[in-house]
Design a binder for this molecule. Structure first.
Ligand SMILES: [Zn+2]
Length: 275
């Protein structure tokens, strides 16, 4: 870590669970997604992985698969928030009072929320959710959203590039982050509708599929201030995702933006204090 340009790497997309639930949650998700986790799902294991990969901070995304999971997730998020862990709780957009819940997140001093259109059963540009997105935009809360297909679900287009563009045309000031380089496993549509636009894209789970050449093309075609490093740990190895990103040889300017400057600017330069 002698290169100051690579100091302070931020992983914008990771997952962890409360210690008491981690083992069960990982086993369930492994079965559901037919995937193997690289870590046991505990925050302590994520921190150890960050230490060995040379990652300073991680954004820990929770997913409320049912509306009543909001309160326990918010409580736990406040507990784990630290200099190195930035938790994003989750509001179920179709549950009762999603705007009020988003306000509680903002009041807790947390920077935003995570949404998942498959686990939460919605389509990204559904007009019945516009009041919710309008409130998120007004509050300035960050929205990290699963985008593209999901290997655990049928290939319905719930959060594809066309829907992303429709949503952001409607709410241009929404701090929206599309995960998985725009839309997981929907690369031609990413190329057609997202690349080159001022839309934040986090890169987890994509370089493995895109390969080095197309991965490099995508990340150099996109505006440098809108790319964010992420791993989706524990579903990938943080060290391996970092290696794949570095192997693209994006150049020090773009790497600095990807690994550090853009995520830091989005999160605020100081980790938020939790009240
Ligand atoms: Zn994820």
């Amino acid at each position: 870590m002698n290169d100051p340009a690579l100091d302070g790497i931020i992983d914008f997309h990771a997952h962890a669970f409360p210690d008491a639930l981690a083992e069960r949650a990982i086993a369930h998700l492994e079965k559901e997604g037919n995937a193997k986790a690289f870590l046991d799902g505990k925050v302590s294991s994520l921190l150890a992985s960050m230490d060995s990969a040379g990652i300073e901070r991680a954004v820990v995304c929770s997913i409320a698969t049912k509306p009543d999971q909001f309160a326990p997730i918010l409580k736990w998020s406040r507990e784990i928030a630290s200099q190195r862990i930035v938790p994003l709780p989750s509001v179920h957009p179709k549950g009762p009072d999603p705007v009020g819940k988003a306000q509680l997140v903002a009041q807790a001093g947390l920077p935003g929320i995570k949404l998942h259109p498959y686990y939460q059963d919605f389509e990204l540009d559904d007009p019945t959710l516009f009041h919710f997105f309008r409130a998120l935009e007004q509050m300035g809360l960050l929205v990290v959203c699963h985008t593209g297909f999901d290997f655990a679900f049928p290939r319905d287009r719930r959060a594809d590039p066309v829907r992303i563009v429709r949503l952001l045309d409607k709410f241009p000031n929404l701090k929206f982050v599309a995960t998985h380089t725009g839309a997981w496993d929907d690369w031609d549509e990413v190329e057609r509708h997202l690349l080159g636009k001022p839309i934040y894209m986090e890169i987890s789970m994509s370089l493995e599929q895109l390969g080095p050449q197309r991965g490099r093309e995508f990340l150099t075609a996109h505006p440098p201030e809108y790319i964010l490093f992420g791993t989706d740990s524990p579903w990938t190895s943080q060290a391996e995702t970092l290696r794949l990103a570095r192997a693209l040889e994006l150049g020090s300017e773009r790497e600095r933006r990807l690994f550090w400057e853009n995520p830091r600017a989005l999160l605020g330069s100081q980790p938020r204090q939790v009240r």
